[in-house]
Design a protein around this ligand. Structure first.
Ligand code: PGA
Length: 250
């Protein structure tokens, strides 16, 4: 399985800034390795980044969200076909900021995941517990619910070929508090087991990414852990230089 190194730019960068960063990523990206780089820019910059990455193997672009309908009266939303038309081959679903800031339910995340997969996109489903949930001892229950509902209606073969799961403990996102290696190891083993409950043997083919305060100096240790098949990076992905150092970390 290829290692996925993904940049979540969140609500950062104008088109010109996105183009410049994407160009620096493309210029510095390792060629011919076992790693794929995916950049999730804001919607307005998806086409810009796609144009810079065009024709480059191992570099892909995705949307940060998607609406589960082909078209219609959904003000402010974007369809899988629109993302694909702009050059996206990936989309994030269920990022914790959408769940918490925008109030997205597990059921809506599931509809988005299934619809985007059906429409031909690769989907990175984000899951993760809050600090209160972890301290209450409900980690397994939370991840099981997020995975079950997030993958409801997803066929095992679609998941195996075009889905990834990003485990991002909410308490580690943007806080500088990276989950310790023991916690990541445990959560990723648990995620793999829960995926097998849902998908059967296809679960083994689904890349599991860790996200939450990943930096150039902790990337290698995280990537060395069992069941960590990639990283999803927010803050440290905004500068090409630090994103590339993470992409090369071993
Ligand atoms: P962070 O964000 O790397 O800034 O913690 C990760 C994410 O939200 O995907």
């Amino acid at each position: 399985m290829k290692t996925l190194i993904a940049a979540n730019w969140k609500m950062h960068k104008t088109r010109a800034e996105a183009r410049r960063t994407a160009q620096a990523v493309a210029d510095g990206a390792p060629r011919g390795t076992d790693r794929s780089l995916i950049v999730f820019p804001p919607f307005t910059a998806v086409a810009e980044v796609a144009a810079v990455f065009a024709g480059r193997e191992g570099l892909a672009v995705g949307g940060q969200d998607v609406y589960p309908a082909e078209k219609g009266a959904f003000t402010g939303e974007i369809s899988p076909a629109m993302l694909a038309d702009a050059g996206a081959t990936w989309v994030l679903t269920g990022h914790s900021e959408r769940r918490r800031v925008l109030g997205e339910s597990d059921a809506l995340v599931g509809r988005k995941t299934a619809f985007a997969l059906d429409a031909g996109l690769n989907v990175m489903l984000c899951i993760g517990e809050t600090l209160e949930e972890r301290e209450a001892g409900t980690l397994e229950e939370v991840l099981r619910r997020q995975l079950r509902e997030g993958l409801a209606g997803v066929a095992a073969d679609a998941a195996a070929t075009r889905a990834a799961v990003a485990y991002e403990p909410v308490w580690a996102i943007g806080t500088g508090k990276v989950a310790g290696c023991a916690e990541v190891l445990e959560a990723h083993a648990l995620t793999r087991r829960l995926l097998a409950e849902i998908l059967g043997p296809a679960a083994d083919a689904v890349p599991l990414l860790y996200g939450g305060s990943v930096k150039p100096d902790n990337a290698a240790a995280l990537l060395a852990l069992d069941n960590v098949n990639g990283l999803l990076i927010g803050g440290a992905s905004l500068e090409a230089e630090s994103f590339l150092r993470i992409a090369e970390a071993r």
